[in-house]
Ligand binder design. Structure first.
Ligand code: URA
Length: 236
């Protein structure tokens, strides 16, 4: 597709697109675009004034969620993850895949594929989520066993989970469900309250370390395909 057509599909008129290109505001894969008519290589990353311009149609993003923002579209008091997206994306029908607490950082997915969002958080599909938790330690081998047996919490029993001790007060916990405050509650039940929490992976998709907190990028086609394959959906 031609670059000016791609930009106008994204919401600008053709003449605005040509003007933006002529003024050097548009980059393709990081390089200032030269001609409005130049063909775009498949999967090329286009930015306008440094903000991604994404194609119409289905859309899937990963964000490095920073601390202090809530996983919500709007909030009367607090900044939201949607507030970190440019206007052109906020109006799209994107759903966050599950929620991270206000103080939790790390991988948050967004997708226009509601079925995929649902399956990634449904206990039926048991998709793994991997967290790094800094806790009031020390973490002990007995904690690994307790997590692996499944922990009884006040209102439900958490399924067996895999804890790896990385440092005396730093653990990686992989769970395949996502109840409210689940990770914090599991560590608290072991007498190790969580001081900070970071999600590093959902199923086959790992947070891109090039994203600083607050940044996002579209999922690569192979990341999206892997999520579809895992949840038994056609990769459309
Ligand atoms: N578990 C928690 O306790 N908090 C999160 O944000 C995510 C998982």
């Amino acid at each position: 597709m031609r670059l000016d057509k791609y930009l106008s599909d994204g919401g600008m008129s053709r003449s605005q697109a040509r003007d933006a290109i002529a003024r050097g505001r548009v980059r393709v894969d990081g390089v200032v675009a030269k001609g409005a008519g130049s063909p775009l290589p498949p999967g090329a990353q286009v930015t306008l004034d440094g903000e991604p311009v994404l194609p119409r149609g289905p859309l899937h993003l990963m964000m490095h969620k920073p601390q202090g923002v809530v996983t919500a579209r709007e909030d009367r008091r607090l900044p939201t993850v949607f507030g970190l997206l440019p206007e052109a994306l906020r109006v799209r029908d994107l759903s966050p895949v599950g929620r991270l607490d206000r103080d939790t950082t790390g991988l948050l997915l967004f997708t226009t594929n509601g079925q995929l969002a649902h399956r990634l958080i449904s206990p039926r599909f048991a998709v793994e989520k991997s967290y790094l938790a800094r806790v009031e330690g020390p973490l002990l081998p007995a904690h690994i066993d307790a997590m692996a047996r499944g922990l009884s919490l006040s209102d439900f029993t958490a399924r067996p989970a895999a804890l790896t001790i990385l440092e005396e007060d730093l653990g990686r916990l992989v769970i395949a469900e996502g109840k409210y405050h689940q990770v914090k509650r599991m560590f608290a039940a072991l007498g190790c309250p969580v001081m900070s929490l970071h999600r590093e992976r959902i199923g086959p998709v790992t947070l891109d370390l090039a994203l600083v907190p607050g940044q996002f990028r579209p999922l690569a086609p192979e990341e999206y395909s892997a999520l579809c394959a895992l949840t038994g959906l056609e990769d459309t």
